[in-house]
Design a protein around this ligand. Sequence first.
Ligand SMILES: *Cc1c(COP(=O)(O)O)cnc(C)c1O
Length: 379
Amino acid sequence: MKNSVHPRKVEFFRHNIEAEDIGRLQEVFDSIFLTTGSATAEFEQKFAEYIGISFVTGVTSCTAALHLALLAIGIGAGDEVITTPMTFLATATAILHAGATPIFVDVEPETGLINPKKIPAVVTSRTKAILPVHLYGAMADMRSIRTIADQYKLKIIEDCAHCIEGERDGIRPGMLSDFACYSFYATKNLTCGEGGAVATRHRLLNERIRLLRLHGINADASTRYGLQYRHWDMEVLGWKYNMDNIHAALLIRQIARLDGYWKRREEICQGYERAFEKIPGIAFPKVPGKSARHLQTLWVDAGRRDEVMWKLQQSGIGVGCNYRAVHTLKYFRESLNFQPSDFPIAYEMGCRTLSIPLYPKLSNEELDYVVENIKKIVG
Ligand SMILES: *Cc1c(COP(=O)(O)O)cnc(C)c1O
């Protein structure tokens, strides 16, 4: 049973890449430049317009985006960065990559978002930044986090891997922070397989990101092309995180379709919420403001979660687990000495959570099939 393959009726995720995206990709292959160049620049400009933040730099992943954002504000060994344990592990490992220490604070029980009220208690003289995550598409309380950051003179880097389209208290991602970091990984709302971006309102910080994303050298291949040869130089120790024209090409035309996709996901989530509202044994996170609707998560009894996931799989329904709390993963327990009980709300949430199919191509028939099976299994 454990390893059997079930006929898949409803996929967990299906991407939205269409013929016009492949068309834009063909243009790249018909040109001379495959690596970072005009398609990357076009993507950066169109994405900046969509999110309403002045500067965007395309990179290879959100993990890279977070890493560069931390480096760009000078975070390194001996520094502490406050974040949430209810996230994908990359939020915390980016802090480790920068040489700093992740300091977790527990989450709000109703939303799963970082609890701003718990931040001041963990601020020390080593604290340099707060790294909130807009979990499942719902924005963290950025106004409160901004107030705390001002009080203690901290930087803010937002993990927006789930949240391109969200809004809360009149604020969108990137508006109150130093950096907003995005993911275009295979299952994200906007995808090219692997990709990411750093957005910032600050020109100098953006220049720093651009330098760090490509070896710390001061001119990329496409800006050198066709000009009389001039030697480039390496100014700082950088990384190899540049988004190429191939990945950028797949993203460019999806941007104009994002709002339509969001509307369909909103409809699906409302359908799920209506269906599960009065079912005992099923709860789901509260959504403050407008959620980007990246994941539909349910909370069931901790003891039943895995069984519910397996039974859904046996009915041919794709499922996910977003997330078991980061501090409970082996590396964090064994190498960093965390105990599950250190952050009990995130720990319990991580034992109760499962994610069900959510994407624009999910049909009403598929939605009904998922709802019917969940009611049968949990009820
Ligand atoms: C997907 C994800 C990341 C990492 O994104 P990559 O592009 O795969 O590096 C970081 N944080 C969260 C919350 C994510 O869901």
